[in-house]
Design a protein around this ligand. Structure first.
Ligand code: 57M
Length: 359
């Protein structure tokens, strides 16, 4: 809205020309969402505490988690509020990608909210059923996949990192492929969100990485130079990524160990879906496996653990899945697990960016 209100005035006030630039708006989108979290955070956490919206802890979990019972949860509502407000303020609202990304983020946020809300009402760690949640996620992701697919000139070819000449065209199947990416990312982030700051750290890193990727993909000359898919209009996704990184940093302020608030499913499902949708829109879908490698590792640790457990009739690969619990049970202090996972996430992001030159 700031863009729409102030940019047209540049003919009389020349300094307002600055609102044209994606870089300028991205920086302020980040600062805006960060400030919203900072300003509203303490009040919001107080309200959650007053309303007794506290975390229910599984009995089976690591001993160290039992002391976390009652920590205010559903802090993801604050992330969602600051992210959408900042995007609406700074992005070009005539761009369809902006509305698609907001649709998917808020849509998954609503599924998460219902799940969290049911847990509060039932007063235990049981919200929506796994199948119910999965069906809702798939339906929403398919709608989003269809919306992206029907955008004028959107390519259904998929770029494979390291292989510049290999880009299979999925045609209509791209809708299902896009939905799969969104649902998988949303659930992987949800699984990762099990230690203070563990999910939001890599989310910030992934958002910052896609900020660069979206900028390149939306810039005709840079995309051509780096031989990546040019996606007209996807530059506005940079502003969204800036707002997401800012909201993430703002939330981390309160979620850092020892956490004053957890994001809940309203946070993890929505920002996970948002990251998946960003990868789809920027046409860097496969690269997300590397950029968001921490989420992939966490999800696969669960898949392997559960499969092995079933096949062997009760044996385990890890002490406990998702992987962060394994290290906790090995005796690593919680902050050590968190910071080490962040370090790996930074390394993976850097390797991902290097692939821009390796095509
Ligand atoms: C939800 N939720 C956290 C918080 C957060 C299939 C199975 C592997 C599924 C998995 C699962 O349900 N994962 C998804 C993970 C929970 O956090 C809440 O949930 C939101 C995210 N959805 O925002 O509201 C707990 O995580 C801790 N936490 C923090 N700091 C944070 O900033 O410490 C969260 C955020 C919180 C808090 O303790 O209560 C969760 O872990 O429940 N299930 C599991 O992860 C379980 N693993 C398991 O059963 N493994 C078995 C299987 C695979 C064979 C095994 O390995 O043997 C573990 N979950 C827990 N304890 N809590 C079991 C142990």
């Amino acid at each position: 809205m700031i863009y729409h209100l102030l940019f047209p005035l540049h003919t009389t006030i020349s300094v307002f020309n600055v609102f044209r630039y994606i870089t300028f708006r991205t920086i302020y989108a980040g600062i805006t969402s960060l400030l919203i979290c900072f300003i509203l955070g303490p009040w919001f956490i107080r309200k959650l505490t007053e309303m007794q919206i506290g975390q229910y802890i599984r009995k089976l979990g690591p001993e160290s988690h039992h002391k976390k019972a009652g920590t205010p949860t559903m802090g993801g509502t604050l992330i969602l509020f600051s992210l959408t407000t900042s995007t609406l303020l700074w992005a070009d609202l005539t761009n369809s990608f902006v509305w698609i990304i907001l649709f998917i983020t808020v849509g998954f946020g609503i599924i998460g909210f219902i799940d969290d809300y049911l847990m509060q009402v039932r007063k235990r760690n049981k919200g929506l059923t796994a199948t119910g949640k999965f069906i809702l996620q798939c339906l929403l992701a398919l709608v989003a996949g269809f919306m992206v697919w029907s955008c004028n000139g959107f390519s259904t070819e998929v770029t494979i990192p390291f292989f510049k000449n290999l880009s299979p065209d999925f045609g209509r199947g791209y809708i299902i492929f896009a939905a799969l990416i969104i649902v998988a990312t949303s659930n992987a982030v949800n699984l990762t969100d099990g230690l203070d700051g563990l999910a939001i750290g890599p989310i910030i890193i992934t958002a910052a990485t896609y900020m660069l990727l979206a900028y390149v993909a939306g810039h005709v000359k840079l995309a051509d130079y780096l031989q990546i898919n040019y996606v007209p209009g996807c530059g506005e996704i940079v502003v969204f990524c800036g707002a997401l990184a800012g909201a993430g940093l703002g939330f981390l302020w309160f979620n850092a160990y020892p956490a004053q608030v957890f994001m809940g499913d309203v946070g993890s499902l929505s920002i996970g879906a948002a990251i998946g949708a960003v990868a789809v829109i920027t046409k860097q879908e496969i690269l997300l496996i590397l950029v968001g490698g921490i989420f992939v590792i966490e999800a696969f640790s669960v898949i392997f653990q559960v499969s092995y457990f079933k096949i062997t009739g009760g044996k385990r690969i890890f002490k406990m899945a998702p992987l962060h619990h394994h290290f906790e049970l090995k005796g690593w202090a919680e902050p050590k697990v968190i910071v080490r996972f962040w370090i790996i996430a930074i390394m993976l992001a850097l390797i991902s960016l290097s692939t821009l030159k390796l095509r």
